[in-house]
Design a protein around this ligand. Structure first.
Ligand code: IPM
Ligand code: MG
Length: 362
C-alpha cells in the first residue's frame, strides 16, 4: 500500500517534530509493509518567506491531491517576527484558517489524555485525577466566529469592530453526527457545550444536537454551558468522554483540557472532512523560543501520524503499534525536557524519534 502524504513542516519547532514523525511513519511502513510517499508543501511563515502569502493555490491543490496531510506548526513570535507586520489576512494563521475552509475540515478531534506515566505533570490534585482521564474534544472547525463577517468602522470618531457568529443547522448536524459516532466507539457519552442561556446560535446548536442524539439511543447526551464546562474541566475532568462544541469554545476548551494533562507536547489532533482525507497536527504551537535547539517534544506529532494511519488509511494495527511504542518509551523513563521529572532520562527530539522507532514491531 502506498500512502500519499502531503507534509507541511511549518515554522518554529515544526520542521524538527515533523522529521521525527516521518521517521516513525517510515519505520512503521518497513515493519508493516506500506510505503509513504511525501510531498513537501509550504504554509504559514515558511510560505510567506518564499511566496509572500501564507497559503498558495498550488499548496491547496497539492494538499487536495494527497490522501492526508501531516503538519507541524505554523506561526512565529508576534513581537519580533516580520510576518506580524503584515495585515491580519496575510499572516501565518490566515493560511491555517484558509486551508481548513478550502478542504472543508469541519471536524477537529483533539484528544486529551492523562498518561499514567506522566501523572506527576498534571497540575490537578491527585484525588481528582486518580485513575486518569481520557476525553475527546470534538471542535467544529469551519464555522462560527472564525468565518463570520468581520468589520471595523469608525462612526463619529468612535471605532467599532464586529465579528459575526453564524451557524446553520446543517453545519451543526454534521459535526454532531461525528461526535456521536466517535462516542459510540468510546464510553458512549457526549457533553455538548454551548451558551444557550444567551446566544441564538447556541440555542439552535442545542436543538439540533438533541435531534441527532435521538438516533443514538445508546449514547448519553448532556448539555453544558461553556462557562460551567471551563470549571468542570478542572474540577472533575474524569466526567468527560466526548466534548462536542463550536469553533471558538472548542479553541479555548481544548487549550484548557491540554493543560490539565500537564503535557501539551503529547497531544495529537486530526481535522477531518466528509471523506477519508484529514490534516493531522500536534495541538501545541510552533514554540519559536525553543526552535532549532533539539529539545522539542515530537510525541504529539508522532501520535498525530498515528491518528492519520487510523482515520485516513484504516491502518488501526499500525496506529496502535505507534501508540504502544510511545507508551513503552515513557514507561522506560525517557523524556524530553517538557515532561522531564526526577529519576528519568532526558533525551533530545531526535533521540525520542529513534527510541519510538526502536519499539515498533509486529
Ligand atoms: C488552534 C489555534 C488556531 C485557532 C490559531 C493559530 C488560528 O489556536 O488550532 O487551536 O484558533 O484555531
Ligand atoms: Mg487554539
Amino acid at each position: 500500500m502506498r500512502l500519499n502524504i502531503g507534509v507541511i513542516k511549518g515554522d518554529g519547532i515544526g520542521p524538527e517534530i515533523v522529521t521525527e514523525a516521518m521517521k516513525v511513519l517510515d519505520k512503521t511502513g518497513e515493519v508493516y509493509g506500506h510505503e509513504c510517499i511525501y510531498t513537501q508543501l509550504l504554509m504559514g511563515g515558511a510560505s510567506i518567506d518564499v511566496h509572500g502569502v501564507p497559503l498558495t493555490d498550488e499548496t491547496i491543490e497539492a494538499a487536495k491531491a494527497s490522501d492526508a496531510v501531516l503538519m507541524g506548526s505554523i506561526g512565529g513570535d508576534a513581537k519580533t517576527s516580520p510576518w506580524y507586520q503584515l495585515e491580519p489576512s496575510k499572516r501565518p494563521e490566515a493560511g491555517l484558517l484558509k486551508i481548513r475552509k478550502e478542504l472543508n475540515l469541519f471536524a477537529n478531534l483533539r484528544p486529551a489524555v492523562l498518561y499514567d506515566e506522566l501523572k506527576g505533570a498534571c497540575p490537578l490534585k491527585e484525588e481528582i485525577t486518580d485513575g486518569g482521564f481520557d476525553m475527546m474534544i470534538m471542535r467544529e472547525l469551519t464555522g462560527g466566529l472564525y468565518f463570520g463577517e468581520r468589520k471595523t468602522v469608525e462612526v463619529d470618531g468612535v471605532m467599532t469592530a464586529t465579528d459575526e457568529l453564524t451557524y446553520n443547522e446543517n453545519e451543526i448536524r454534521r459535526i454532531a453526527k461525528r461526535g456521536f459516532d466517535i462516542a459510540m466507539k468510546r464510553r458512549k457519552k457526549v457533553t455538548s457545550v454551548d451558551k444557550a442561556n444567551v446566544l441564538d446560535s447556541s440555542r439552535l446548536w442545542r436543538k439540533v444536537v438533541e435531534e441527532v442524539a435521538a438516533d443514538y439511543p445508546e449514547v448519553t447526551l448532556e448539555n453544558m454551558l461553556v462557562d460551567n464546562c471551563a470549571m468542570q474541566l478542572v474540577k472533575d475532568p474524569r466526567q468527560f468522554d466526548v466534548i462536542l462544541t463550536e469553533n471558538m469554545f472548542g479553541d479555548i476548551l481544548s487549550d484548557e483540557a491540554s493543560m490539565v494533562t500537564g503535557s501539551i507536547g503529547m497531544l495529537a489532533s486530526a481535522s477531518l472532512n466528509e471523506t477519508k482525507f484529514g490534516l493531522y497536527e500536534p495541538s501545541g504551537g510552533s514554540a519559536p523560543d525553543i526552535a532549532g535547539k533539539g529539545i522539542a517534544n515530537p510525541i504529539a506529532t508522532i501520535l498525530s501520524a498515528a491518528m492519520m494511519l487510523r482515520f485516513s488509511f484504516d491502518l488501526d494495527q499500525e496506529a496502535e503499534a505507534i501508540e504502544n511504542a510511545v507508551s513503552q518509551v515513557l514507561k522506560d523513563g525517557y523524556r524530553t525536557i517538557d515532561i522531564m521529572s526526577e529519576g528519568k532520562t532526558q533525551i533530545s527530539t531526535s533521540e525520542m524519534g529513534d527510541r519510538i522507532c526502536s519499539y515498533i514491531h509486529l
